[in-house]
Write a protein that binds this ligand. Structure first.
Ligand code: GLN
Length: 227
């Protein structure tokens, strides 16, 4: 335990999602995942305490600019639009969007979805992508498992979301019933979110550098993404 010699240890509030495997999700009621391990390691390294609060993803994107929380970590993609209201840490994970369909579907890529129903999550980069690049009917759910469910029950023709999350559902959860089709559509990088002008950004970036240097970051990555 780190005890500040010259006063009290700071406690910062951290907003997170709890339904985004493998970055943050509930396992037997406990919040776990890559982001949860990372933010705890950052807090240890930088010598501050954190208080994690769980909420819907789109709520985090809205809450950070209003300074209701000191930080947000939720597999949040760094985008130019978000950067108008949010400062981000250095990128800590490379992702991208992929399309997935139910086994047996005729859809082979994003080029085939115009006029069809594509499920995704409210407020996500996938929702933006569908709006900007397709003529699909977009069915955006507050929680992403509902989008996969919509495809499996044939209420939606496809789902668009971040590769690591889709991969998990395709490989682990649905026993091959859900299949990724086509290429990875975008390159996206995740960053930790802060209110504009936050002085914590430099401290967190320095902690990430230190965790990369001493191998802790690699260990956490290996734990969640290694085979
Ligand atoms: N990376 C995606 C985004 O930023 C999804 C994040 C999530 O669902 N937690 O929109």
């Amino acid at each position: 335990e780190e005890a500040a010699s010259d006063g009290e240890t700071e406690t910062y509030s951290v907003a997170t999602d709890n339904n985004y495997i493998p970055f943050e999700f509930l396992e037997d009621g406990e919040l776990v995942g890559f982001d949860i391990d990372l933010i705890n390691a950052i807090a240890d390294e930088a010598g501050f305490e954190i208080e994690i609060e769980q909420m819907e993803f789109s709520g985090i994107v809205a809450a950070i600019p209003s300074e209701r929380f000191d930080m947000g970590i939720a597999g949040m993609t760094i985008t130019e639009e978000r950067q108008e209201n949010i400062d981000f840490s250095q990128p800590y994970y490379d992702a991208g969007l992929v399309l997935a369909v139910k086994d047996g579907s005729d859809i082979q890529s994003i080029d085939d979805v115009d006029g069809l129903t594509v499920a995704t999550r409210v407020g996500s980069t996938s929702e933006d992508y569908l709006n900007e690049n397709t003529e699909a009917n977009i069915e955006a759910f507050p929680e992403i498992p509902e989008a996969y469910q919509a495809v499996l029950t044939e209420r939606a023709d496809a789902v668009l979301y971040d590769l690591p999350n889709v991969q998990y559902y395709a490989e682990t959860e649905t026993g091959g019933e859900l299949q990724i089709v086509g290429d990875t559509l975008t390159g996206e990088q995740y960053g930790i979110a802060f209110p504009k002008g936050s002085e914590l950004v430099d401290e967190v970036d320095a902690a990430i550098d230190a965790l990369k240097e001493d191998g802790t970051f690699g260990d956490i990555y290996e734990k969640w993404f290694g085979d």
